[in-house]
Design a protein around this ligand. Structure first.
Ligand code: ACO
Length: 402
């Protein structure tokens, strides 16, 4: 076997893999993904079983601590989270400072980073296990409150405080859709749909945002700032921001007369920068198993809620046309997790700009688990190399002679 470290030291040998298409950055025991077969498992459990039989909080526990919780473990986990759902009152001033139309992802990233100021004990890279567990609990608890308050602010409505009699997801829905004056009845269909969506987003091994969280944490930076960096990475339309971009695209196609073939042709045109949003994936060269579950859930939920959304018809037609087109077949471009998720979020009552924030809420346990694993494995600081292609040996010419 070649000793790469020795080779590097002796010769300056560097491997170049732009976009890290073939480079593994870590060994991980959290999520298994087979992109050729379309398989996804968290800690050995199939995503299909988890989406069907678990709650989001159970999956969060599984990802972070490695096993599904017992009844007393999940009760304790929920109880601890409930004790930390309030955010510091001073933090509300930050909400007031953002322009009312500012994008929720920019707000979320800043607010999560600011937790490191309110809870400075997180700055210690050598927290004990108990201290670190509390740092995690606070983050899980406050994230749901922060996300719902961002939504309330976008409406210009007063924020709703958490009610700790509710479970994690119900509490989130209460703070999001609730009123100050009365208890809004939270439909079981909505709670189940939300649990399912959050579970399906909870981890996805070394994607762009997760790699960001690990690499920021590798410098011994605190958990809250690392997650804030992950939120920024998720925001881009090539990653989590695609769920917003999909609905905007479907709306555009609808308003343009619904000619799906025209838009599929546009996506194939190499002189046009347009891509079919919600299509294609770096790792899946087959159906994204999450997209399959979400598509079915989408039909079920819209039927149960009695909603007839014309963009669902356009999405299905788009999928049909694209998947019978040699361009998409040859390049193995299938619908990804973001293709149908927005239609469900919309049916539940969320505005388009909130979609990526909901993705972040779901991805949070995965980011935490990956950060924790990176620390427990004592991984070295992340620091890729480069091949320098710039100028060499230039002498400075005085400014008046340049
Ligand atoms: N529409 C049209 N053509 C596409 C699409 C698409 N959605 N996706 C990829 N292609 C084409 C590319 O033009 C390229 O063609 P070429 O070989 O002729 O140059 C080929 O397929 C390979 O694409 P790459 O961009 O090289 O693949 P990469 O693995 O780097 O990118 C990505 C993956 C970013 C997801 C890409 O498929 C894309 O932009 N999809 C649309 C955005 C999207 O849905 N993102 C969400 C991904 S899931 C997630 O992050 C949660």
């Amino acid at each position: 076997a070649i000793d790469i470290a020795k080779l590097r030291d002796q010769t300056g040998f560097v491997t170049l893999d732009s976009g890290f298409k073939n480079t593994g950055a870590t060994k991980s025991a959290i999520t298994f993904l087979d992109g050729e077969k379309g398989i996804l498992k968290y800690r050995g459990y199939s995503i299909e079983q988890l989406a069907e039989k678990s709650t989001f909080l159970e999956v969060a526990y599984l990802l972070i601590y490695g096993n599904l919780p017992t009844q007393s473990q999940i009760d304790d986990f929920q109880h601890q989270i409930s004790r930390h759902t309030l955010v510091h009152e001073d933090m509300k001033k930050f909400f007031d400072g953002f322009p009312s139309k500012s994008h929720p992802m920019g707000q979320l990233s800043s607010l999560i980073c600011s937790l490191s100021s309110f809870y400075p004990e997180c700055l210690d890279p050598h927290q004990t296990k108990e201290e670190f567990d509390l740092t995690i609990i606070k983050l899980l608890a406050k994230m749901a409150t922060i996300v719902s308050w961002i939504y309330k602010k976008s409406l210009g409505h007063p924020v709703i405080y958490p009610k700790n009699k509710y479970d994690y997801v119900t509490n989130f829905l209460h703070m999001t859709f609730g009123q100050r004056t009365e208890d809004v009845e939270i439909d079981e269909v909505v709670v189940n749909a939300m649990n399912k969506l959050l579970i399906l987003h909870a981890d996805h091994e070394q994607n762009c945002s997760t790699s960001t969280v690990r690499i920021v944490g590798s410098s011994d930076c605190n958990l809250y700032a690392s997650i804030s960096a992950g939120i920024s990475a998720l925001w881009g339309p090539l990653h989590g921001g695609a769920n917003q971009a999909v609905i905007e695209m479907l709306e555009k196609i609808k308003n343009d007369g619904g000619d799906v073939d025209k838009w599929v042709n546009k996506a194939k045109d190499k002189n046009d920068s347009f891509r079919l949003m919600g299509f294609g994936h770096r790792v899946y060269k087959n159906f994204d198993p999450r997209a399959k579950i979400i598509k079915k859930a989408c039909d079920d939920i819209l039927t149960k809620l009695g909603i007839n959304d014309p963009v669902l018809g356009i999405a299905k037609k788009l999928e049909e046309v694209a998947l019978s087109d040699p361009y998409f077949v040859d390049k193995k471009l299938y619908p990804n997790v973001d293709f149908y998720s927005g239609i469900i979020y919309r049916a539940l009552g969320f505005p388009t700009e909130m979609f990526t924030v909901l993705f972040a809420l779901g991805r949070l346990p995965g980011w935490i688990a990956q950060w924790k694993e990176m620390r427990e494995n004592k991984e070295p600081i992340g620091r890729p190399r480069q091949i320098y292609v710039g100028e060499n040996d230039r002498d400075i010419v005085p400014i008046e002679k340049r």
